[in-house]
Design a protein around this ligand. Structure first.
Ligand code: ATP
Ligand code: MG
Ligand code: FE
Length: 345
């Protein structure tokens, strides 16, 4: 089954073709980051307009790349949520319009299920069951995964997501949006011994996270250095390093705990922050010690992309699940509400 996947939940227009027999056939991405950078964050109305401008050309591009035409498609999947409602609507209406015109089944899928299953696109995918750490711009969650659609929330952030904290720390260090990769780069030249930031909520049992305190810590440290006339390149790098070490350490401690509590040996790490090199190094080292293993998406499938949506859509469409007539755009939608594919009657 050949499925066209469409992702427009935030500031990335992603399109891909996934074939349940031959794997990923093509994928294309247009990032709006440069446009939103001037505003220091995503401007919802501009995001919707830009998705409208780019979506159809990108669909044509993936068909051309795969040397296919619209008639070769067997189904269409789009991100139905969570995300910015106007941005979601662009993908949802386009998917439903195309499906109606081509007489194809269409399905709205969950953006975080896309992130969660992105490692399935790699050569050596994880087998079920596993623990998943979802670390993105809007989510930080630990999930016990038994199979497609069988997700139990183990813990989550009670305030900021890890990616959001990276982005805010970046602003305080006067780095451009989105800050994650920039903070990571600056941290490379930082001295790990100069500052030690707290590891929030690791001193008590449980699998929840909190990252807003680290933000305050970053702010007060930067302010103190500025007042002392020491907020130079080295000072900023030292703060970036302390911040990154604290986030990474916290995530590693909670992942270890989640594996212990579930008795599982496989950990999937996905979402934008899973691209972080230090996080991967630390997790790999910790998991090797306990004969466990971590699975990650390739770099460009850590952040938003169409491939993960095409993949999830293909699994569910193949099982017979599809939207009824109406398209869906659901800004808030907890992952644990998902179920195994439900067959259309
Ligand atoms: P969600 O998926 O929760 O709706 P989103 O789609 O905006 O949010 P993603 O696209 O998955 O999030 O990831 C973007 C986030 O990942 C940003 O916050 C960005 O700063 C962060 N990020 C990307 N690369 C890195 C990195 N190397 N280190 C740390 N953070 C990173
Ligand atoms: Mg994004
Ligand atoms: Fe995302």
């Amino acid at each position: 089954m050949r499925v066209l996947g469409i992702e427009t939940s935030c500031d990335e227009t992603g399109v891909a073709l996934y074939d349940t027999e031959h794997g990923l056939l093509a994928d294309a991405l247009y990032s709006q980051i440069a446009m939103h950078a001037d505003f220091g964050g995503v401007v919802p109305e501009l995001a919707s307009r830009d998705h409208t401008r780019k979506l159809l050309p990108l669909i044509q591009q993936v068909l051309d790349d795969a040397r296919l035409s619209r008639g070769d498609l067997d189904g269409i999947a789009y991100t139905a949520g969570p995300g910015l409602v106007g941005a979601l609507m662009v993908g949802a209406t386009t998917a439903h319009g195309l499906a109606r015109a081509l007489d194809l089944p269409v399905l709205g899928v969950h953006h975080m299920e896309g992130h969660l299953l992105a490692p399935m696109l790699e050569a050596d995918p994880p087998a079920f069951p596993f623990v998943a750490l979802l670390v993105s711009g809007g989510h930080t969650q630990l999930v016990a995964v038994k199979g497609l659609g069988d997700y139990r929330l183990l813990g989550e952030s009670v305030d900021d997501a890890a990616g959001e904290a990276f982005d805010k720390a970046a602003k305080m260090l006067e780095l451009p949006y989105p800050g994650g990769p920039q903070v990571a780069k600056l941290a490379e030249s930082g001295d790990p011994g100069r500052f030690r930031f707290p590891r929030p909520m690791t001193d008590r049992p449980g699998l929840d996270f909190s990252f807003s305190g680290l933000k305050t810590h970053t702010l007060t440290t930067a302010r103190a250095l500025r007042e002392a006339g020491e907020l130079d390149d080295q000072g900023r790098a030292d703060i970036a390093r302390a911040f990154e070490d604290a986030v990474v350490d916290t995530l590693v401690i909670k992942c270890r705990r989640a594996l212990d509590e579930t008795g599982l040996k496989r950990l999937v790490v996905a979402g934008g922050v899973s691209a972080n090199r230090r996080l991967r190094e630390r997790l790999d080292a910790e998991l090797t010690k306990r004969r466990a293993r971590a699975y990650y998406p390739r770099g460009r499938f850590c952040t938003d992309n169409g491939a993960m949506i095409a993949y999830v859509g293909a699994q569910r469409l193949l099982a017979g699940e599809r939207d009824a007539d109406a398209m869906r755009a659901v800004p808030r939608w907890p992952l644990a509400e998902l179920t195994a594919p439900t067959i259309a009657s």
